[in-house]
Design a protein around this ligand. Structure first.
Ligand SMILES: [Zn+2]
Length: 465
């Protein structure tokens, strides 16, 4: 009787796999080794620009060359398109007609952070500051008292551009947003969390000594500008044509006695971008033309020339189709896309925010998400049953440990991804990603095994037969 029950259970009920249980010691060792490479990528890719730079470096080492519209494409070609240094398309061309469809792995490389305002430098009470405007959804108070590094570019009056990277190299200074001491916080502690630290208070402390011991007003500000001018050849006006991003300083770290997790800044969404790259690099003669798309601006709505709502991806597809003598719109309907973005891992400390049976869990593998959105699936791609069915079979064929997961409980909040922008090109698209703890915090946490399953998932899609 008991055997019969177990048999029926196995046959009829959904059994969730757990990678930490199912994967062999050898497989875990491979996942751990892969995680070491990922940590290096994360450390090298603190901003969208640096992520694209590092992705191109890796792509070129794997035989990819810039896409040249004037040259004919043939099976086996590996090409990439760099969109303004902030977004990237990479493709491996196959023998099959393009009208059979392509496989697309999409992810984003921008992460929440503090951007400097166009006129950021000021002096107050004997200290110098950078005024900032936060980028993306953050709990603002989490950015206070965290060591920050500064990255970005400044375009000078003459049109030349200088890169800035300070705060992560050995011996570099860091920067910080200060917070009010607890002793005087009686009023602050009564405020709602949204205004404990206001957006306008997210200003970064950058110095305190005046130029030449001067008592003049703005001598501290002048001293900072002199240091920046000596080092980067810039003046205060040049901040107007700059993109400078303050991000948490420090390297990605193993978390836990068992080192099973990785903590770091910017897992969202570089933890999907990296496997989308490595799966493409691992392909040998894919049956379908395989494309990895890394985009910018996802955290603020995917707008602009480097966001997925921009036209750079459909334009590339048109060029690709033209080179093969077909129309791009005849390629899209047969194509498949995994739109990869992180999902919220179930956190038992905040259980009420989740619907447990429909949440993703650490170590249960890559998350397939039918719909995202908020307020009744608003702004979601909401993949169809048939499309979910197709992807489920691809995952199973690729021996991928996967789970399903909504972002959280109904009406607990919500969020969107780039899935809908790719789907609206007439491409069957499903959301997929790595479960993350503390999403959008300065130090997010993911599981090494989930990362490995995500690489497997992308490979299963891009290498589908
Ligand atoms: Zn994301």
């Amino acid at each position: 009787m008991e055997d019969k029950l177990k048999e029926l259970k196995d046959e009829l009920l959904f059994t969730q796999k757990n990678a930490a249980v199912e994967r062999s010691d050898e497989q875990v060792a491979i996942a751990d080794a892969y995680a070491e490479d990922y940590k290096k990528f994360l450390d090298a890719a603190k901003t969208e620009r640096l992520a694209v730079k590092e992705a191109i470096r890796l792509a070129e080492a794997n035989g990819f060359v810039p896409f040249d519209r004037a040259k004919a494409l043939k099976a086996g070609d590996k090409v990439y398109v760099n969109n303004r240094g902030k977004a990237l398309i990479l493709a491996v061309i196959c023998t099959r007609p393009l009208t059979d469809g392509v496989s697309i792995a999409a992810a984003h490389v921008d992460s929440p952070r503090l951007d400097l305002k166009p006129n950021p430098l000021y002096e107050k009470a004997g200290m110098a500051y950078f005024d900032t405007h936060y980028y993306g959804g953050i709990k603002k108070y989490l950015y206070a008292t965290v060591p920050l590094a500064l990255y970005g570019v400044v375009t000078r009056k003459d049109g030349s551009t200088v890169e800035i990277a300070i705060g992560d190299k050995e011996g570099d200074p860091v920067f910080v947003v200060t917070d009010l001491l607890i002793h005087l916080s009686r009023e602050q502690m009564q405020k709602p969390a949204t205004s404990v630290v206001s957006g306008e208070n997210l200003d970064i402390l950058i110095g305190s000594r005046p130029f030449d011991h001067s008592k003049e007003s703005d001598a501290i500000k002048l001293n900072i500008m002199k240091i920046l001018n000596d080092r980067y050849g810039i003046t205060e006006t040049d901040f107007l044509s700059a993109e400078l991003e303050a991000v948490p300083a420090g390297q990605a770290k193993d978390v836990g006695f068992d080192r099973s997790l990785i903590g770091g800044y910017g897992h969202d969404d570089r933890v999907c971008s990296y496997p989308a790259l490595t799966a493409l690099f691992a392909l040998e003669n894919p049956a379908f033309t395989a494309i990895t798309l890394l985009c910018d601006k996802e955290e603020i709505g995917s707008d602009g020339a480097t966001g997925t709502q921009g036209n750079f991806f459909p334009y590339f597809m048109e060029d690709l189709a033209e080179a093969m003598g077909v129309k791009a719109r005849h390629v899209y309907p047969q194509s498949l896309c995994l739109s990869a973005d992180v999902n919220s891992a179930y956190d038992p400390l905040y259980a009420s925010a989740y619907s447990e049976q429909n949440s993703s869990f650490i170590n249960r593998g890559v998350v397939l998400t039918k719909y995202t959105g908020s307020g009744g699936k608003g702004g979601s791609n909401d993949a169809s049953a048939e499309v979910m069915g197709v992807f489920r079979r691809i995952m199973d064929a690729g021996d991928v440990i996967w789970q399903i997961g909504e972002l959280g409980a109904v009406d607990a909040g919500g969020g969107g991804t780039v899935a809908k922008y790719i789907a609206q090109l007439d491409v069957d698209t499903v959301d997929l990603g790595v479960p993350v703890l503390s999403m959008h915090a300065p130090f997010e946490v993911i599981s090494k095994l989930d990362l490995d399953e995500t690489h497997r998932a992308f490979f299963a899609l891009l290498d589908r037969k």
